[in-house]
Ligand binder design. Structure first.
Ligand code: GRG
Length: 296
C-alpha cells in the first residue's frame, strides 16, 4: 500500500480515539474549548503515525500506542499554539483556520497551550496499561528532555535568536534537531523504551526519528516558500519576510535537498540490518525525500 494511503488511514483511526479521550477528560469551559480547537483540527498526525509504526515493531499494545500518540499530538498542538503567538512567529492562521490567539485571545491561547502540554503528561502518567512504574517514569523523564531546555523549547529559542543572523549549516541543523527532530525522536523511540528494548535498538529508534524530523523540517521550509495558503493552511512566505534562518536560506534549494538525500542514504547504510528487517522505514524516509524532489 502507498505510504500516503497508510498515513491517511491511520489518521482516521487516531482522530477517532483522540477526540474520544479529549471529550472524556475536558469540559465545556472556555479553556477546554480552546484546547480542543487547536488539537482536533485537521493535523496530518505524522508523529502519531511514527508511533504506530514503531509500536508494531516492538509489539506495543494498540491501547498504549493510542495513549502515547495522543500525548505526543497534544504536545505538538501546544507547540503550534505558542509558535503562532505574536511574541513568537506571529501567524494569524494555522491548519487553515484562525490561530488560537486570534479566536480566543492571547491569554487563553497561552493557557490552552500550557494545559495541552500538561494533558500530555497526565495521559502517559495515568493511562498506560501493564507498564512498570520505573519504565513509565523513564519515559516521562525522556519526554521532558525532548520538550524542554534541551529540546523543543531550546530549538524555538534558537529559531528566534537566529532571525536575520549569518549562520553555519551546522547551527541550523542543531536548531532543527531541537525544534522539530526531538519530538519525532520521542515519537519513534518511546515504544522501544516502554518495551525495554536493548540500548542499541533504542539508539537506532532515536536516530530514525531524528533523521526523519530533520528532513521533515527542511520540507516544511521549502513548502513555506513555494506553496499557497490553501496548501499549507498558514500564511505562506513568512520565513523569508521574518528573516528566518533556514537551511534553504543558507544553502539554496538544490544543496538543501542534496543534504537530505545524503542524511537519508547515510542512515540507511549505517542501519542496513534493521532497515532490511523493516522495509517500511526506508519507504517512509524515501517518501519524504521524494516529496522534496517533486517540489523542487
Ligand atoms: C513544546 C516545550 C514546548 C515549547 C514550545 C513554540 C515552541 C516551543 C516550539 C515550536 C516548535 C515548532 C512549531 C516547530 C515546527 C515543527 C513543524 C514542522 C510543525 C508543523 O508540523 P506538521 O506539518 O503540522 O506535522 P500538522 O498541522 O500537520 O500537525
Amino acid at each position: 500500500m502507498q505510504i500516503n494511503t497508510l498515513i491517511n488511514q491511520h489518521k482516521i483511526k487516531f482522530d477517532k480515539f483522540y477526540i474520544k479521550i479529549l471529550n472524556k477528560n475536558l469540559d465545556n469551559s472556555l479553556l477546554s474549548k480552546a484546547m480542543k480547537y487547536s488539537s482536533i483540527n485537521g493535523g496530518k498526525r505524522i508523529r502519531a503515525f511514527l508511533v504506530s509504526l514503531s509500536s508494531k515493531i516492538v509489539n506495543l499494545s494498540s491501547e498504549n500506542t493510542l495513549i502515547l500518540s495522543s500525548s505526543i499530538e497534544s504536545i505538538h498542538s501546544y507547540s503550534l499554539i505558542h509558535d503562532d503567538l505574536p511574541s513568537m512567529d506571529n501567524d494569524d492562521f494555522r491548519r487553515g483556520k484562525p490561530s488560537n490567539h486570534k479566536k480566543f485571545g492571547e491569554a487563553t491561547a497561552i493557557l490552552a497551550g500550557d494545559a495541552l502540554h500538561d494533558f500530555a503528561f497526565q495521559l502517559i502518567s495515568e493511562n498506560l496499561k501493564n507498564i512498570q512504574s520505573k519504565q513509565n517514569l523513564k519515559l516521562i523523564n525522556y519526554l521532558t528532555k525532548c520538550t524542554g531546555h534541551e529540546g523543543l523549547a531550546a530549538g524555538q529559542s534558537l529559531d528566534l535568536l537566529y532571525e536575520n543572523k549569518k549562520l553555519s549549516k551546522n547551527k541550523i541543523i542543531e536548531m532543527y534537531n531541537k525544534k522539530t527532530g526531538k519530538l519525532f525522536e520521542f515519537s519513534f523511540a518511546a515504544p522501544f523504551i516502554l518495551k525495554e528494548e536493548s540500548l542499541s535498538r533504542i539508539n537506532f529508534s532515536k536516530n530514525y526519528g531524528s533523521v526523519f524530523g530533520i528532513i521533515f523540517q527542511i520540507t516544511d521550509d521549502i513548502l513555506d516558500e513555494i506553496n499557497s495558503f490553501k496548501e499549507i493552511g498558514k500564511t505562506p512566505g513568512k520565513d523569508k519576510k521574518q528573516g528566518k534562518r533556514t537551511l534553504l536560506s543558507v544553502l539554496g534549494e538544490k544543496k538543501a535537498i542534496g543534504f537530505c538525500e545524503k542524511l537519508n542514504a547515510d542512515f540507511i547504510k549505517k542501519y542496513k540490518n534493521e532497515i532490511r528487517q523493516y522495509p517500511i522505514l526506508e519507504q517512509l524516509l524515501n517518501f519524504s525525500v521524494k516529496k522534496l524532489k517533486n517540489i523542487s
